[in-house]
Write a protein that binds this ligand. Sequence first.
Ligand code: HEC
Length: 185
Amino acid sequence: MVASMLLKCIGGNLMTDTLKDRILQRFFAAVGLLSVLGLLFVGGSVLAVEISESARTVPLDETGNMITLTEQQYVNGQNEFRKTCASCHVDGITKTNPDINLGSEALALATPPRDNLQGIVDYLRHPTTYDGMDSLEELHPSVTRPDLFPNMKNLTEEDLVDISGYILSQPNILGYRWASGKPGR
Ligand code: HEC
């Protein structure tokens, strides 16, 4: 249809059949190429959602030093979080204890404060109750007890850093939707 209209537009009857064929071929080749390019464009932009440098910059320690994760660290942190933590902490909530979530406020008010990268890495080695009084090593996944939490066994030091950085960057990216427990994402 479209093609025959196109041919009429460009003077149909005056042309030889081979010339018509060639024009048609080019027309379809161009349409094909454009749709492939279109798919690549849409697919590419969906896959490679870029996280800005400022969103990847998070508190390093309790004294206010900051650290910027590389894009690779961010992606690794996200993958490891999804694999190992999201079953309980999806979108920053804590399924079995909603008060102690992974949002900035809850992390900041823990003892010791966990709203910095070192604080969370420390938690993943030696988790403690929110008031800091008791060890949770037998209850919360940590690298210290791979016998109890086998999927913590393969996490390297770098993975712990990347996961913690990922958690701390989420308020920069999702805002109130992180750790709110509200639907809508
Ligand atoms: C089996 C469920 C479960 C899994 C899996 C889990 N957590 Fe937790 N997490 C909890 C619970 C429950 C608490 C609250 C503990 C308490 O009562 O103090 C918690 C607390 C925390 C806290 C302290 C939050 C605060 O506000 O002080 C951090 C940080 C944390 N988890 C990080 C992680 C990370 C990172 C992973 C993945 C490596 C992970 N958790 C895997 C259940 C889980």
